[in-house]
Write a protein of this length. Structure first.
Length: 143
């Protein structure tokens, strides 16, 4: 199984879509706890519409997002706190259900995980891949 990851920091919606299309991604899994953005084109409904027009599906998996304390730790570069907070999030029943759904979707079609951070190493999406998709080949995309 292959899983793609992508962050939209410093990107436009068109650049993000072009990167997804170039990699053959057919489904974007939005793993933001709060799927809203101050960046134009990246709030949930606007993003989903743009993706649909480009032939890419969209699914929101909010339970796989990072709680506020984890987002603050990520902004500060506090990886230890981010890992602790996110591990607790992944232990919730809703996150476990959505992680199983993510595994099924990724097994069926080329799927990318979306979050804000450009660099996957400072983002919870890398932690999610390690926890929920440890066998997956990871391809990090950069719009």
């Amino acid at each position: 199984m292959r899983i793609f990851t992508i962050g939209y920091e410093a990107a436009t919606q068109n650049e993000l879509i072009a990167a997804l299309q170039g990699a053959g991604v057919t489904l974007l899994a939005d793993i933001r706890a709060v799927p809203l953005s101050r960046r134009p084109g990246f709030s949930k409904n606007i993003l989903a519409n743009g993706l649909r027009e480009a032939g890419i599906g969209y699914v929101g998996l909010k339970a796989l997002g990072t709680p506020p304390e984890g987002r603050e730790a990520a902004r500060k570069g506090d990886q230890a706190t981010l890992e602790r907070v996110y591990a607790a999030q992944l232990d919730t029943a809703e996150a476990a259900l959505q992680a199983a759904q993510l595994r099924d979707m990724a097994a069926e079609q080329p799927t990318a995980l979306l979050c804000f951070e450009r660099e996957p190493g400072g983002c919870h999406r890398s932690l999610l891949v390690k926890a929920a998709l440890p066998e997956a080949e990871v391809v990090d995309l950069y719009p």
